[in-house]
Design a protein around this ligand. Structure first.
Ligand SMILES: [Zn+2]
Length: 451
């Protein structure tokens, strides 16, 4: 068996691992590169895969850094199956179409502002291609055994987000595990990741390989900020990731209002995508911790604003209130319109709900800048800016180590670290080397491993 590392190495994006036997080849994850330009440029390079002989793609979960390259494969002629969990298929239906739409908008922007060396810059793929690629999806259950050529595989729950799985592949008498993104043991919404079976090789994610989550309780932190906003009579603006974080927040709001820890402020969910995801969330209730009642309370709690006109009308609402809108790192989306209107008002609070990558508007605001540039003009920043770190969907390095300890891996199993920034990969390598017996190495881009 041969594994080629085509992405998700030395970075958290672009996950792609080609697994080949003498007769069969499958691609595990098919993610988009995001972030720095030198990484995004790889999305335009030709993959060193003969798509006519690729037998299947298997996805761990729906986040675009694991699924967002599927429409490119489709555009280049791939018509084989994409196997993944039912919930991942449901989420991809929304996320891939939205990604296609964003690629189209970016291409138009580059063309209008002459930012591309090409006369008519093309999108990587458009919405229509993304929608068409959904025909390749074949959704399966956790623990369902699937055979493709001489490869057998199944998915097992990894927490993290709805549908997220570790993939266990058996071929040529060996068993290989792909961790996927690993969730947390005490996540607000998701159930804990299932420990791994015995393996001959593990590819493990390292997003939080050198970081530990803030032990402060997310609910308490949220209550503190909401009460401050209520007292000041301002607006709480929450930039939120549509999948997972928006639902976790809605749930915490509902619980805190129920217990009387925060006043019953109006909450507006100004994200058409998050609204659809919340529906899917309530449909897949077997995967998360919330009861039917809690699920409905979470959806009933907020006022949905779907159209642009409804979103604009929020400017006329009485203070205080809460607006949840994308994007999570304030790099785009409807939250920017509310920022333009409200950041210069010192009664406003902004609450980020996850890790803010370097260079994003979110990271700059947390550093305490005096003004932020939005749509070409500067807006003074007088609002208070906070971040809740307890809502992360990723296990930190201690939780990853605990997960390994609970697993049935023989002590000397080789572990290849993937899906992390260089410091995180190195941090986790050193930690595991000191604390466990596993043979731990960091995987490199385009490395080929024979088993
Ligand atoms: Zn993920």
């Amino acid at each position: 068996m041969r594994i080629t590392f085509l992405g998700g190495t030395e970075t958290v994006t672009g996950s792609k691992f080609l697994l080949e036997t003498n007769t069969t080849s499958v691609l595990v994850d098919c993610g988009l590169y995001q972030g720095y330009k030198w990484l995004r440029e790889r999305n335009w390079q030709t993959l060193p895969i003969d798509l006519s002989t690729l037998d299947a793609v298997i996805l761990t979960h729906a986040h675009l850094d694991h699924s967002g390259y599927i429409p490119v494969l489709y555009k280049r002629g791939y018509r084989g199956s994409v196997f993944t969990h039912h919930a991942t298929k449901d989420l991809c239906q929304i996320l891939l179409a939205d990604s296609g739409h964003i690629q189209e908008e970016d291409a138009k922007y580059y063309s209008k502002h002459k930012l591309s060396k090409h006369q008519n810059p093309e999108p990587l793929y458009d919405r229509q291609t993304a929608e068409a690629s959904m025909a390749l999806f074949q959704s399966i259950d956790f623990d369902e055994q699937v055979e493709v050529g001489d490869i057998r595989f199944h998915l097992q729950p990894a927490g993290h987000i709805l549908g997220a799985a570790s993939i266990i592949i058996e071929a040529e008498g060996k068993r290989v595990g792909f961790s996927g993104d690993v969730g947390r043991f005490d996540d607000v919404l998701m159930r804990p990741p299932r420990p791994l079976p015995e393996l001959d090789l593990l590819l493990m994610e390292s997003t939080y390989g050198n970081r530990q989550h803030d032990p402060q309780d997310a609910a308490q932190q949220l209550a503190m900020v909401v009460n401050r906003v209520a007292k000041n009579g301002g607006v709480l603006l929450v930039p939120a990731f549509a999948v997972g974080r928006a639902q976790a927040l809605q749930h915490l709001f509902a619980e805190l209002m129920q217990t009387g820890d925060i006043p019953k402020l109006p909450i507006y969910l100004d994200s058409p995508m998050a609204i659809k995801v919340s529906d899917i969330f309530c449909r897949h209730s077997e995967q998360h911790r919330l009861s039917h009642g809690q699920c409905h309370r979470l959806c009933d709690l907020v006022t949905y604003t779907r159209t642009v006109d409804e979103s604009k009308a929020l400017a006329g609402q009485a203070f205080p209130h809460v607006i949840i809108a994308g994007s999570g790192m304030a790099t785009g989306g409807r939250i920017l319109h509310h920022f333009k209107r409200l950041l210069s008002d010192k009664r406003t609070s902004v609450l980020f709900t996850g890790y803010q990558a370097g260079g994003t508007r979110g990271a700059k605001m947390l550093e305490g800048v005096d003004a932020v540039k939005i749509h070409g003009s500067w807006v003074p920043l007088k609002a208070e800016v906070d971040v809740i770190s307890g809502l992360s969907g990723h296990a930190d390095y201690l939780e990853l180590t605990d997960w390994l300890r609970q697993s049935k891996l023989p002590a000397t199993t080789p572990v290849k670290l993937i899906h992390g920034d260089p410091e995180a990969l190195e941090g986790l390598r050193v930690h595991l080397q000191e604390q466990t017996e596993y043979r731990v190495e960091v995987a490199g881009y385009r490395d080929i491993l024979r088993l």
